[in-house]
Design a protein around this ligand. Sequence first.
Ligand SMILES: C[S@@+](CC[C@H](N)C(=O)[O-])C[C@H]1O[C@@H](n2cnc3c(N)ncnc32)[C@H](O)[C@@H]1O
Length: 442
Amino acid sequence: MRTITTITREDLGFRSANTDERTHALHSYPAKFIPQLVNELIKSFSKPGDLIADIFAGSGTTNLEAMCLGRHSLAVDVNPVASLITRAKTAIVEPEVLILASAQVLANALDSARNQSIESERVIELLKGKNMERLLHWFSPENIVTLAFLLEEIQKEEDIDLQDLLLLIFSSSLKPASNWLDWSVKPQLDCRPLLPTDPADRQPNVRYRRQVPGVAEVFTRKAKEVARRYSASAEHLRQQACYRPEVICDDINRHSLGKDRFDAVITSPPYLTSYEYADLHQLTAYWLWNTQTVTSFKKLGFIGTQLYEERMVEETLVTSASLDLMRKVMKPLAQKRVERYFASMQRCFATTYEALKPGGHFCIVIGNSRFRGYEIDNHKVFLELLEPLGFSIENVWERPIPNKRLTSLRHAVTGRILPKVFEGTENAIEVYPTEHILILRK
Ligand SMILES: C[S@@+](CC[C@H](N)C(=O)[O-])C[C@H]1O[C@@H](n2cnc3c(N)ncnc32)[C@H](O)[C@@H]1O
């Protein structure tokens, strides 16, 4: 492989960009693209009317930007929550209709839930197929009853776009209406002590358990937020309606993308040390798709989980100099996982090659990862896997990730990481982590 020069692109840091614009912030999703970054990539590597794809679409950032820029697009993701968010973010409804409908479904649900309990026949009927043990682990019986009636009301909605937006509001209400430790992204019950009713009994240094609000309060708040954000973009979405994305919920390694179809594929893949999407989105999965356990949710095929990589074992034939170096130093188990991860990535790179039109571009945004004490330079291995497939490497860019939470403080001379208390002192500089953007061409 020829030597590739990495170009630093400070201009792609988008330090002061508003990442919540359009409908991007309707629902949270981990490791989202910065919309401004994909917007640049779409403009640079496609033209109006072209067809582009994101094969790990997540919350559909690429697809929403593509729609707004007048490109047709395909969104593939194995996570049904991701597909729901992508559909809802690009849905076409009248904002007033959404406001009325969200108030109406809630009013009807509260009406039906009156005098009902978790033991009522009607409620048992509504909860059929759901894992009650899991629901009771996360929700109070009162909130379960209201959620059951609310979901029933939403599912009666015949306009699918409107139903998707209501389901998105429902989904984003679940965590705040549950006993999930509010500040944790991991699925953790809030086990802090209960707030004593008598203020005199409260200790100044104790962090008490959050008072879990009722479903009505959370749903109303979320519905207002979604309606406000959606209303600001509704007109533009309607104008761009012919560019609404096709949304497919599937494992990319089981899905055929076809041959010579796409002008560009723009994506950011899951990591080996991936966020556990299934852990994070389990509440939505229990309610919307009657998923029984987190393990059964994971079995859908999330790359970056052990379950998935075990499936690739037969096909591990990755050859890469960087990977060979890692093989030498890694413990056998770590080595196996790393190899299998790259084998699954190699497979979807081959699918992408086939699906791109000759001359089409493949843009991959990827950072490094740490796994069991090893630093893995993902982009280097990726490049070594991509070139033998036929891709030519046009550019490798490195961009800063200006995220305050990830910034580390380092000593300007020694480069050593400094604890937070050194902030503002001489020689303490803020270092932004970086990620790579690989620009390849078929
Ligand atoms: C880094 S995230 C993409 C986030 C996206 N760029 C956004 O802006 O929201 C990676 C995505 O890959 C998806 N994924 C993991 N394994 C997959 C598979 N086998 N097929 C398709 N998608 C998969 C995950 O569900 C996750 O949404």
